[in-house]
Design a protein around this ligand. Sequence first.
Ligand code: DGL
Length: 262
Amino acid sequence: MSSNAPIGVFDSGVGGLSVLGEIRALLPNESLLYVADSGHVPYGEKSPEFIRQRCGLIAEHLLAQGAKALVLACNTATAAGVAELRERYPMLPIIGMEPAVKPAAAATRSGVVGVLATTGTLKSAKFAALLDRFASDVRVITQPCPGLVECIEAGELDTPATAALLQGFVRPLLDEGCDTLILGCTHYPFIKPLLRRLLPESVSLIDTGAAVARHLQRLLGERDLLAQGPAQAARFWSSATPAAMQAVLPQLWGETAQVAQI
Ligand code: DGL
């Protein structure tokens, strides 16, 4: 496998662009491929079997494009599907992501940590194991956020409707004394500015995009797979209408680009 081969990244939709942005910032020599499965968003309300099937099909597409590594830029898809992908492609570097429970448990001063994530992530065995491992000394309050991913897919990052929905999700966490809030879904970093306005300054927000990029850098480095560059322009696919993704790319990716149908 050539080190200049691209990295394949995917999510249920455009949320994983928050992770893709961290990868671009840390690894500017890498060529990037991105699949938004927006035709099937939200994964958070789908069965693990359905998500595993989608992960398999998207991984096949990215590998057919020559990907040297895969990043599941989606907490929900990781919980449902990363184990099966690793089994299927044992030689391939595959990076998943999970809510940042460990750093949040270390950071909280009030002892109360909130987790905003999808219903699928919060119900998963992987998340239960994460709490058992790292959260025995703190109180963790989980909050599923149905409807929020759809607002972000539509580029409604700071509308009165998104603010009202979000307010309803964070209010119970604040009432319980949460001072550390985990963004356990890759769509949510895009509403950080809105969240910051709704939360007292004393509440810290933790997400994992930058840590995932560093983990990817380490894994590629260990295997001599870091690209020398120059990077090719990032390529995008969507399983919904490509025009819809094209319309939100300037906002979420900072550039315009062509989007192909998958
Ligand atoms: N972006 C995804 C995550 O990190 C899932 C959003 C969804 O499709 O429900 O969990």
